[in-house]
Design a binder for this molecule. Structure first.
Ligand code: PRT
Ligand code: MG
Length: 211
């Protein structure tokens, strides 16, 4: 049995057409079924539905052989025990530094002010500010980062931006793009060595069906 871990929502929705092109059909849809293990039309392949940020952990420990995870999530996880052989080009967005429309962050930075930064992405954020020599105090949040600057929890946020609609709706602006984000196929390193003949064809199939 080959086990592929992925999250429901945008990653599942953008993976399904790729799987279809590879001749693979899930037997159920995760939004309709409450099952967390979904069979496919391939008797030797099943899907695990897990939280987006848990995908690398399932694959790292071999509970899943393969997974699909955003590069944002992989940077935070650290990538231990994982190969990242294919950039699937799905669930694309960008990681950005954002602030309230009326906050002059550029001047604050130029004057060497300490910034209070709310984010779910501590590793990415720490590295970004360290590389620029900007003093930053990080506040860890698990979601709805856009709220933090509006209620004085933080000066700025580091979050994912896609259309920009969420920033706009909350009176925020993108100060700087930190980098592009897309989803990767990840593989457990030990699984790939031990079951190369089973897993490598699937890795190749994904590589041929990237967006
Ligand atoms: O929801 P949950 O807490 O379970 O986990 P999650 O939010 O990490 O999962 P999910 O399914 O929302 O995201 C999975 C992956 O999709 C992320 O890890 C990213 O790699 C990728 N992705 C692509 C995005 C977006 N686009 C995106 N726009 N993830 C989140 N967003 C959010 C963003 O955080 C912000 O709140 O959408 C909002 C901005 O969207 P716009 O279009 O208004 O700019
Ligand atoms: Mg989400």
């Amino acid at each position: 049995m080959i086990t592929l871990a992925l999250s429901k929502g945008r990653i599942f929705d953008e993976t399904t057409p790729m799987l279809a092109a590879m001749g693979i059909e899930p037997l159920e849809h995760p939004e309709k079924s409450r099952k967390l293990i979904l069979g496919t039309n391939r008797p030797d392949l099943r899907l695990l539905i897990v939280r987006a940020s848990d995908v690398p952990t399932y694959v790292q420990y071999g509970a899943a052989d393969l997974g699909i995870a955003g590069s944002d999530v992989l940077v935070e996880h650290g990538g231990d025990g994982l190969y990242q052989p294919v950039d699937l080009g799905i669930a694309k967005c960008r990681m950005s530094l954002c602030a309230a429309q009326d906050l002059d962050v550029e001047t604050m930075i130029r004057r060497g002010a300490r910034l209070r930064v709310a984010t779910k992405y501590l590793q990415t954020t720490r590295r970004y500010f360290a590389d620029r020599g900007i003093h930053a105090d990080l506040i860890k949040l698990y979601g709805s980062m856009e709220l933090a600057p509006l209620v004085g929890l933080a000066d700025v946020i580091v979050d994912l931006v896609s259309t920009g609609a969420t920033l706009k709706a909350n009176g925020l602006r993108e100060v700087e793009v930190i980098g592009p984000v897309s989803s990767r196929l990840i593989v457990n390193q030990a699984s790939l060595k031990l079951r190369y003949d089973q897993l490598e064809p699937l890795v190749q199939a994904f590589a041929q069906h990237t967006k």
